[in-house]
Design a protein around this ligand. Structure first.
Ligand code: RET
Length: 239
């Protein structure tokens, strides 16, 4: 229970888990309640925004408690959360370009790449940590493939023919993928054995894991809530 007393002062990990939980809950309530005044055309997209933050809220509630009770990093549930929510973000790209003719094959490509990215990341963090650099590089390749699809590939091309609002929203989401998602490999580099190609940025193991959790928590709040708000704004501009 010692950790409970510390949460307000120096326990930044617990603090960001707590804030993360509240932010995800509030965002979910917002997206779900706004559904009733969202036009039919955009309702599924806004619903998916709410599902992403809701799934995260449930995981954050759990991770917050786990971290408070044990002081450890809830890596397993972190990855369960990502494996559910990142493919849903791929669904968002598919849904907003659907009007311009995106095919289900594009959705599978995005989902497949996101699964490769996350599964290899999990292997590097948990199952084969001495080779974290190798797994991180493979994961990074899948990440760049997703970034390529949304910046220059099929998603980008389709968004150009889906009208100016969809094109603009897709561009903002592409920035989220390029900058917001790039925060995660930074957390991975801080927290894993191999560091940055052998160079450890945080030498102390416990401190390294704390830094990783804080970075991941900040990234999740930006990416999940921010992504949802871009979709929400698009749904308002278009009707
Ligand atoms: C809501 C959760 C999101 C948007 C999670 C995104 C996660 C990533 C983009 C993770 C990427 C990774 C790499 C590119 C290399 C190192 C391993 C990962 C899994 C941290």
């Amino acid at each position: 229970m010692e950790n409970l007393e510390k949460i307000a002062s120096d326990n930044y990990v617990a603090f960001t888990f707590f804030i993360g939980t509240m932010a995800m809950m509030a965002a979910s309530v917002f997206f779900f309640f706004e559904l009733s005044n969202t036009s039919k055309k955009w309702r599924t997209s806004v619903l998916v925004s709410g599902l992403i933050t809701f799934i995260a809220a449930v995981h954050y509630y759990y991770m917050r408690g786990y971290n408070l009770a044990t002081g450890d990093s809830p890596t397993f549930f972190r990855y369960v959360d990502w494996i559910l929510t990142v493919p849903l973000m791929c669904v968002e790209f598919y849904l907003i370009t659907k009007k311009a003719g995106s095919k289900i094959g594009l959705l599978w490509k995005l989902i497949f790449a996101s699964l490769v990215m996350l599964i290899t990341g999990y292997i590097g963090e948990v199952l084969d940590p001495t080779k974290s650099v190798l797994w991180g590089v493979i994961s990074g390749a899948a990440y760049f493939y997703i970034a390529y699809l949304v910046w220059f590939g099929e998603v980008a091309k389709l968004s150009q023919t889906a009208g100016p609002n969809v094109a603009k929203a897709t561009k903002i989401l592409a920035w989220f993928v390029l900058v917001g998602w790039a925060i995660y490999p930074l957390g991975y580099i801080l927290g894993t054995e191999g560091g940055l190609f052998g160079m450890k940025l945080v030498a102390d193991k416990a401190a390294a894991l704390h830094a990783m959790d804080i970075v991941y928590n900040i990234a999740d709040a930006i990416n999940k809530i921010g992504f949802g708000l871009v979709i929400y704004a698009l749904s308002r501009n278009e009707d």
